[in-house]
Design a protein around this ligand. Structure first.
Ligand SMILES: [Zn+2]
Length: 68
């Protein structure tokens, strides 16, 4: 471990948007938003919206199952 600087010691800046970086990946500082976007190709807001839809869908499916 040569690179010991991390979120606990250093104030890091997201390399994409300039916000405070929360994670470091492959030497790139990323904020939570950009990290999320990088991995899911969607924003947190879009993801939450989709998740809400999924939850509602799941609820519908469970409801159907329980009803029998
Ligand atoms: Zn960012």
């Amino acid at each position: 471990m040569s690179d010991k600087t991390n979120i606990y010691g250093d104030y890091r800046i997201c390399c994409k948007c300039g916000m405070k970086a929360d994670v470091v990946e492959n030497g790139n500082d990323l904020c939570a938003e950009c990290y999320f976007k990088h991995h899911t190709n969607t924003t947190i807001k879009e993801y939450e919206r989709k998740n809400k839809d999924l939850d509602q869908e799941r609820f519908r499916i469970n409801y159907k199952k329980e009803k029998k």
